[in-house]
Design a binder for this molecule. Structure first.
Ligand code: ATP
Length: 913
């Protein structure tokens, strides 16, 4: 800010009583009487008694209603020159422009009162002072722009252009109202500016009126815009702001009435427009004098519209009211004084207009950029710390939400697990009830058919649902009753082998061997599902034990019966109690142990992996391994270390003492838990004589009662042996495949021995031998086969299954007969001769085919077994091998859709597979 402006501003505020409120500077200048007025002896009624007061010195009574004294900022008398008017009434305001403050100097008064005369002097003095200021302030660079216009008959005309066409007014959002295409000259120097002023004076509309020979008929606005910037110099801030302001010199047209100026025609029209603009100016001033409330009619005239920013706004304003002291103009003089009095009430709000230059703007932006770079480079600053804290809070919230999500997911998984447990529990409960109901129903029909129960159930236990060529016409799983009926409709002499529930069909096969195509039947081998066995077991059991039906329908011969105690007899009571107790125990076992839930599966896995596996004695497991209520009873006997009912320990009536046989113990027994001392490891002699009939005189030394008692007295020891036995082999196959081949050979030899000892059907032996040839995945099949046969052998050895032994022998004999007949169909004469030679059968002997059939599976060496299996497979059409065939042994652990329930043990196996 310039020195002059700052000093003046301070003085101005001080002069205003220390307030920042600033008002329009109003001065009154009174010209001397002109020649015409003096000619008419027009008296002078007005006088300036001091520098600020104008008084009406005439004492006419009719004028008494008007004030006689008027006080203004300045009052210049007739002898006051323009220089003084400028210095004391306009200079301060006019020179504000060099300090960046807008300024306006108005000349208001009637025609020929001296407006143009006064304004011309003030403009010139201002220009001189401005240039003088510029010269004194070389530290700043000033740029001056000059424009001039007149408003004539409400048309704006450029006074610096010879083109007299009117200019349009435009409303600019930033600059306000601007005159379109107004010439703006940049004066080179003071002299140039004077020339421009002269040009404007020449261009202005001037006409002769009755009062003024050179009356200005328009409002003239001369505008000088000054932009000043501090020059860049050593030691000074080159980025100081630019000041921009304009000063207006406004020479208004005469404010007199048209009649007073004797106007007519064009002059009258001019007067109308002049009065309009002046009337609007008066209204604006009057309104501004009363405050800035309400509407200010700036836009009612082009004069007020153009001067709006300088009227009561951001501009300092000085109004010089000119008047004639002549009495003849007293009315106009009073109006002028009235206007002046109103104008001096207007408060203005002038401000320094600071314009940021491009250079200053660049400097400012550079500083801002440096600040931001500093914040980025040093995050510890205040602003960056705020952002870091915010980010840290967000991270904390995210981690908290992640923890919550994880907890919710765990809760969800736990809920799902519990739900599955509940579902399994419900299924098990239902199955347990069904099992219990069926078992109780079966027990109610036992009635002493203990031998039959033993026979059938044990057969079921070890029956692997051998091929459906045994039962191709029976859907055991769906039509158990029908199956039973067919079973019982067999001729007595065709008693069913006890190796399979579906074994009756074997007899049908044997009966119809001449007509049926066994090869086709063999293709239809399929397994019976466990659940089907479970559901049909009670029905079969019931039917087979039913005394009423059994006497008439069951194809059991007397030999098959160990006894037939009458209902209510002691034996019946024992049996019923034993069966019921076994059911109870089994139910409890199921409830307590069987938990087919994920946790159990996991525990099974862990147990197996830790080689501490003890098979869960779930009912499902037992159903798979034993599959019969007799096994439940036996389990009960073992568990409770009770002596089995006598009826089970008694030898069959009529069974010769020599029929008792002692079955050989196997490595399996020795390895597992040395089941009992009564199970000897002595090798059993062959039970069949090569090339002859089944040797009824074979040395089958069944254990004595005492020995059997000793075995059973082992109780839990025996049970443990059943549970633990052989699992090392399974683990060996699963965990150490390299050890499996050796283990397989050992297990295979063991199974062959057991087949031989238990008179297992030749077809079963053949199928099993050919199917399970060393795949580690078959370890479970091998193990279960071992367990079943071991259990059966032990049962034989306890003397509880004498009839079963005899029945099995008969079945074996009939099976050989079937094979003999198949030899006629399946083997050509040439091949038969070759076989006779190979198997040591004389070509000239009778019943050569039967002799050959009787030699099959009579030894336990692998070569003999392999040859036997090969021939039996050919005779029965069993040539296919694969997993599907393995499934007939009911040990496939792949999910089976037809199973109505899933067994935890099986699931555990499937997980291990
Ligand atoms: N203070 C003064 N001292 C001597 N002469 C003056 C003074 N004021 C005005 N005059 C003379 O009076 C005459 C009219 O003055 P001027 O033209 O300035 O009046 P005006 O108000 O501008 O009239 P109009 O409105 O008609 O233009 C001019 O000849 C001028 O020289």
């Amino acid at each position: 800010m310039g020195t002059i402006g700052g000093e003046e501003m301070a003085r101005w505020e001080k002069d205003e009583g220390g307030t920042k409120e600033e008002r329009i500077v109003v001065s009154v200048r009174m010209r001397p009487l002109n020649a015409k007025e003096m000619e008419k002896s027009d008296p002078s009624d007005w006088d300036c008694i001091d520098d600020t007061t104008v008084v009406f010195k005439n004492s006419l009574p009719e004028r008494s209603v008007f004030p006689t004294a008027y006080t203004f900022d300045r009052a210049f008398g007739c002898d006051c020159n323009t220089r003084r008017v400028y210095d004391e009434g306009a200079k301060e305001v006019a020179l504000s422009v060099v300090s960046g403050i807008n300024a306006s100097i108005f000349a208001y008064g009637q025609t020929s009162s001296g407006k143009t005369y006064t304004m011309a002097g003030i403009t010139e003095y201002t220009m001189e002072d401005i240039y003088d200021y510029i010269k004194k302030h070389e530290e700043r660079e000033f740029v001056l722009r000059f424009s001039a216009m007149e408003i004539y008959n409400e048309a704006v005309r450029d006074l610096l252009s010879s083109d007299g066409s009117p200019l349009r007014l435009l409303d600019d959002p930033e600059r306000g109202t601007v005159v379109e295409k107004l010439t703006e000259e940049t004066p080179r120097d003071q002299w140039h500016l004077r020339e421009l002023l002269s040009t404007c004076a020449e261009q202005r509309q001037v006409e002769e009126t009755s009062l003024n020979e050179t009356s200005s008929r328009s409002h003239q606005i001369l505008r000088l815009t000054i932009e000043s910037t501090a020059r860049a110099s050593k030691g000074r801030d080159s980025s100081s702001s630019t000041l921009l302001a304009a000063v207006n010199f406004v020479d208004l047209a005469g404010s007199e009435r048209a009649s007073q100026s004797s106007s007519a025609g064009n002059r009258l029209k001019e007067g109308c427009h002049i009065n309009r603009s002046l009337l609007t100016l008066g209204t604006v001033i009057r309104k501004l004098s009363k405050g800035r409330t309400g509407h200010i009619p700036y836009r009612d005239s082009k004069l007020t519209r153009i001067l709006q920013p300088f009227l009561g706004g951001n501009a300092r304003t000085a109004i010089i009211c000119t008047m004639s002291p002549a009495r003849s103009h007293i009315e106009q003089s009073r109006n002028t004084l009235l206007f002046a009095s109103c104008a001096k009430q207007v408060v203005i709000n002038a401000q320094v207009n600071v314009v940021m230059s491009d250079k200053a703007l660049v400097k400012h932006l550079q500083r801002e950029l440096a600040r931001l770079e500093h914040e980025l480079r040093y995050p510890g600053s205040a602003s960056c710390t705020h952002h870091s804290d915010a980010l840290r809070d967000k991270d904390t919230q995210i981690k908290k939400m992640e923890r919550e999500i994880k907890e919710l997911m765990q809760q969800r998984d736990l809920a799902q697990s519990r739900l599955e447990d509940l579902l399994h529990a419900v299924v098990d409960e239902q199955s347990s009830r069904q099992w219990e109901d069926s078992s109780q129903s079966s027990a109610s029909h036992a009635r002493g058919e203990c031998e039959d129960a033993l026979s059938i159930s044990a057969a079921s236990a070890i029956a692997y649902q051998i091929p459906d060529f045994y039962s191709s016409r029976f859907d055991v799983s769906k039509e158990s009753n029908e199956h039973s009926k067919r079973h019982i409709e067999l001729p007595d002499k065709m008693e069913p082998p006890r190796w399979s529930i579906s074994s009756p069909t074997l007899h049908e096969q044997i009966q119809q061997q001449g007509n049926d195509d066994t090869e086709e039947h063999c293709k239809e081998v399929r397994c019976v599902e466990i659940h089907a066995l479970s559901t049909t077991r009670s029905e079969d059991f019931n039917l087979l034990l039913n005394d009423e039906s059994g006497s008439d329908l069951l194809p059991l011969t007397d030999e098959d019966r160990l006894g037939d105690p009458a209902p209510g007899s002691e034996g019946d009571a024992h049996l019923r109690a034993a069966v019921e107790q076994s059911i109870d125990i089994e139910t409890k076992t199921t409830e307590n142990v069987v938990k087919p839930c994920p946790q159990e599966l996991n525990s099974v896995q862990k147990a197996m992996s830790s080689r501490e596996l003890i098979l869960t004695r779930s009912r499902s497991c037992k159903a798979s391994l034993m599959n019969g209520s007799i096994l439940s009873w036996l389990e009960h006997v073992e568990r409770d270390n009770k002596t089995p009912p006598k009826i089970f320990r008694e030898k069959s009536p009529g069974r010769p003492e020599e029929d008792e046989r002692r079955l050989p113990a196997t490595d399996y027994d020795v390895e597992s838990e040395k089941l009992s001392a009564e199970v000897t490891s002595s090798d059993m002699p062959k039970t069949e004589t090569v090339g002859g009939e089944v040797d009824d005189d074979r040395q089958k030394q069944l254990p004595s009662d005492q020995e059997a008692q000793g075995v059973l007295s082992e109780g839990h020891g025996a049970e443990k042996s059943i549970e633990n036995v052989g699992m090392d082999a399974v683990l060996c196959a699963l965990e150490s495949p390299s050890r499996w081949p050796r283990e397989f050979e050992r297990k295979q030899r063991e199974i062959i021995q057991l087949w031989h000892a238990c008179d297992v059907p030749l077809v079963h032996r053949t199928c099993f031998f050919l199917l399970f040839d060393g795949d580690p995945a078959d370890s479970f099949y091998m193990e279960v086969e071992c367990r079943r046969l071991s259990f059966l052998r032990n049962t034989f050895s306890r003397g509880n299954a004498g009839d079963l032994v005899a029945s099995s022998s008969r079945c074996l004999r009939r099976e050989r007969e079937m094979l003999c007949k198949q030899m006629q169909k399946k083997v050509s004469p040439e091949e038969r001769e070759s076989l006779y030679a190979k198997w040591g059968v004389a070509l000239s002997s009778k019943q050569r085919r039967l002799q050959l059939a009787r030699r099959l599976w009579t030894a336990t060496d692998l070569e003999h077994v392999a040859e036997s299996a090969s021939l039996v497979a050919k005779l029965t059409g069993f040539a296919e091998r694969g997993q599907a065939m393995k499934e007939m042994f009911e040990l496939s652990f792949t999910p089976q859709q037809t199973h109505k329930r899933s067994f935890g043990w099986m699931h555990g196996k499937s997980l291990l597979m």
